[in-house]
Every structure is written in structure tokens, then in C-alpha cells.
Design a protein around this ligand. Structure first.
Ligand code: PLP
Length: 406
């Protein structure tokens, strides 16, 4: 027996860097296409490295299955395009990621899907916004940049009573802080670009079916029809063999591999992100130059009881502060020495951004006010940097803001 004949036993998951998968006969490939035999066909549909990531994420979320995508936006797009038709409605939390709001309003809006935005923290507003055409309720576990925490259990109950699908974007919390399934989520989405990758080296996303939604009786006719054959996996099969396949937002094998590597350290990194965010939030809150600090992990936050209930008391790695004017916000950002000015979050290093002039620059001042993005708002995405260095940097930048006034 030569070395080529020995079993391949790499201790880490290898990257299967291939576009397509070859078979020994025409019949074998035909059988895989027809679903009569298992197998990978083409990386736009599935592949071995991505499959490992999908299984791990499904397991972490205690769910029935996962599809990894090329980005967080691709995951949200696949869910919505897989279910909604013209005339359907979404009720969505405001104060969420600007790209998601744009997808709902500007892209899905072109196809006749209407989105109503409501205040994430106020369950009553969700109740009042529901109409007979509502098919999806969408929230983020912690709004980015709204920093509000919806009452997941109460909204889930509401959704269930109306046979509405409850979709929860858990990007800001990651599986290290919460399994949204435990509080009633039907579908969980992640931008894996953030904490799951954790190092700012790749873009990716994932959608997870928690198994709570009964597809066989819901208003989604094509998935209900498929449920007769595919059972609980109807939605994931519908996506895999039609929507995900045809939209083309697949995960690349190398990206999936980087996500797998990130998952290895997710829990300990997340702890460090949360610790830094809490300590910086406390420091900012007591500083005379800062008007307001929003961080749900602060015990004085109105959202702290929900943070305790849903996330085990940890408020994530993101916070916002208000400095009184755009000029003061810019001055603070420009004075930071070790913190980077960039749009991501969930990286090992701390990042800072002025949301109104960047992520939300396309919106008018009135729209930004409605979305909870005032002009003096600064968003900090705490990394896992050494706290004392961070503290020093933040304090000297705040000193610069005050000097400007003098
Ligand atoms: N969801 C949230 C909460 C986000 O913050 C982002 C991006 O910032 C997305 C989704 C979109 O993810 P991606 O940039 O990976 O497409």
C-alpha cells in the first residue's frame, strides 16, 4: 500500500477549492441531479467545506439546518425572495442595519412588497402594524445602530398567533450569547462577516431554520406543497434547489473555511468584546463631554432586563455615543489614535464610524431621525484590544473634543 492509498486524516477541515464535482458515469451525475443519490454538484449549490460550516452553525443554534451565503445581505435576501410575493408585507424593527432597511424598502419595494417600520423595543407597535398581508416579522437581537433590544418572546408569541414567520438577525449577539430558537425565532440569520469570522478578513452570511415553523400549514404555498415530500426541511430544500441556487449568493469554500476558524474562538472572543464594551460604556457615561451613551449591557439601560433574560447579561460589543454635533463627532473620531475608522464590527480591533454620513448617507435628515440615526451619533465596535490602551485613547480623543470648544 502506497501513501496515496492511506486515508486522508487532516486534523483541521480542509478547503475543497473546486467549482464542480466529477462523477464516474453519466448515470451517477444524473442521479445526483435528480436527488436520487447524495452528492455535491456545483459550488453555487453546495460543497464539502461549506457543508461543515452549515452543520456546525445548525448545531450551535440547535436547529434543523443552515445554508451559508456569500454575505449577511445574501442570507436575508434569500429568505425574503424565497417566501414573499407582490402584495405581501413585512413588519420590521427600525434602528436596524441600513442595508437591510434598503433591501426591504428599495429592492423588495420594487417587487410590490411593503415594509412597515416600528420601534424595536415596543411590542405593541408590532401588534398594531400587523395586517392580513403580513408574512414576516423581522428584528435584530440588538439593533445596529439603534441599540434597542426587542422582546423576542413576546414578538414570537404574536407572530405565532398570526401564522407570521419570525426572522431574527442575531449578528450582534452571535451564537455565543443567544440561541434565538429558545425564545421563539423561526429563522435566524447572521452576517458571519462580524463576530463569527471575527478578524475582518472575509464576508459571509448564514440562514438557519430552527424547526419551529410548520411549513405544511403556513401561507407560503410552494413551501407548503414541498412539505408533503420534504417535511420539516421543506424551506431549506426550497431554497437550496431553487432560490439560493438561482440567486447565486453562495458561500465560497475559502470563506467558509475562515468562518470555521473563527468559530473555534468565538466564545472567548465574544466575552472580551462584551467586557471591553461594558467598561468603555461606563467610562463614556460618566464623561462630561458625552451627551448620551447607548449600550444595552449597562445595568442602568432600560433594556438590561432583556439582556439578562436573552443574552445571559452580556450586551454585545457595539455601543453608540452622542457628542452634541456632527463636528464634535468628527473631531472625536479623527482624534482616536489606535481605533480604526471603518465600517465593520466584530473584528479583533476596535472600529469607529459616524453612521449618518456613511451607512445612512443616502437618507434625508428626517428619515435618519425616524431611523434613530442623529447627526451627532458615533458608533464604536469594541474589539478585543487591551482595555487600558483603549481607555487612554478614548480619553485623549474626548479631551480633543473639549479643546475644540475652548
Ligand atoms: N445584519 C447586520 C446586523 C449587520 O450589521 C450587517 C452588516 O453590517 C448585515 C446584516 C449585512 O451583512 P453583510 O455585510 O455580511 O452583508
Amino acid at each position: 500500500m502506497g501513501i496515496d492509498d492511506l486515508p486522508q486524516t487532516a486534523a483541521a477541515t480542509p478547503i475543497d477549492q473546486a467549482a464542480s464535482y466529477a462523477y464516474g458515469s453519466a448515470q451517477e451525475l444524473a442521479d445526483v441531479f435528480a436527488g436520487k443519490a447524495p452528492g455535491h454538484i456545483y459550488t453555487r449549490i453546495s460543497g464539502p467545506t461549506t457543508l461543515v460550516l452549515e452543520r456546525r452553525l445548525a448545531e450551535l443554534e440547535d436547529s434543523i439546518g443552515c445554508i451559508a451565503t456569500s454575505s449577511g445581505m445574501a442570507a436575508i435576501t434569500a429568505v425574503m425572495m424565497g417566501l414573499l410575493r407582490s402584495g405581501d408585507e413585512i413588519v420590521s424593527a427600525a434602528g436596524i442595519f441600513g442595508g437591510t432597511i434598503s433591501l426591504f424598502k428599495n429592492v423588495l419595494g420594487r417587487f410590490g412588497v411593503k415594509t412597515t417600520l416600528v420601534s424595536a423595543g415596543d411590542t405593541e407597535q408590532f401588534r398594531q402594524a400587523i395586517t392580513p398581508a403580513t408574512r414576516v416579522i423581522f428584528v435584530e437581537t440588538i439593533g445596529n445602530p439603534g441599540m434597542d433590544v426587542p422582546d423576542l418572546s413576546a414578538i414570537a408569541e404574536l407572530a405565532r398567533a398570526h401564522r407570521i414567520l419570525f426572522v431574527v438577525d442575531s449578528t450582534l449577539t452571535s451564537p455565543a450569547l443567544i440561541r434565538p430558537k429558545e425564545f421563539g425565532a423561526d429563522i435566524v440569520v447572521h452576517s458571519t462577516t462580524k463576530y463569527i469570522n471575527g478578524h475582518g478578513t472575509v464576508i459571509g452570511g448564514a440562514l438557519i431554520d430552527t424547526g419551529r415553523y410548520d411549513w405544511s400549514t403556513g401561507p407560503f404555498a410552494d413551501v407548503a406543497a414541498l412539505a408533503k415530500r420534504a417535511g420539516r426541511l421543506a424551506f431549506l430544500s426550497h431554497l437550496r434547489m431553487l432560490i439560493y441556487r438561482d440567486l447565486g449568493g453562495c458561500a465560497a469554500p475559502g470563506s467558509s473555511w475562515l468562518m470555521l476558524q473563527g468559530l473555534e474562538t468565538l466564545t472567548s472572543r465574544m466575552r472580551a468584546h462584551c467586557d471591553n464594551a461594558l467598561k468603555i460604556a461606563e467610562l463614556l457615561r460618566q464623561h462630561r463631554s458625552v451627551g448620551r451613551v447607548d449600550y444595552p449591557g449597562l445595568q442602568c439601560s432600560t433594556y438590561y432586563p432583556r439582556v439578562s433574560k436573552f443574552f445571559g447579561g452580556r450586551g454585545g460589543g457595539l455601543l453608540t455615543l452622542r457628542l452634541g454635533s456632527r463636528e464634535r463627532a468628527f473631531r472625536f473620531i479623527d482624534s482616536l489614535k489606535t481605533v480604526r475608522i471603518a465600517t465593520n464590527l466584530g473584528e479583533t480591533r476596535t472600529l469607529v464610524i459616524h453612521p449618518a454620513s456613511t451607512i445612512f448617507h443616502e437618507y434625508s435628515a428626517d428619515q435618519r431621525a425616524e431611523l434613530g440615526v442623529p447627526d451627532d451619533l458615533v458608533r464604536m465596535a469594541l474589539g478585543i484590544d487591551e482595555f487600558d490602551k483603549l481607555k487612554q485613547d478614548v480619553l485623549q480623543a474626548l479631551d480633543q473634543v473639549e479643546k475644540e470648544k475652548a
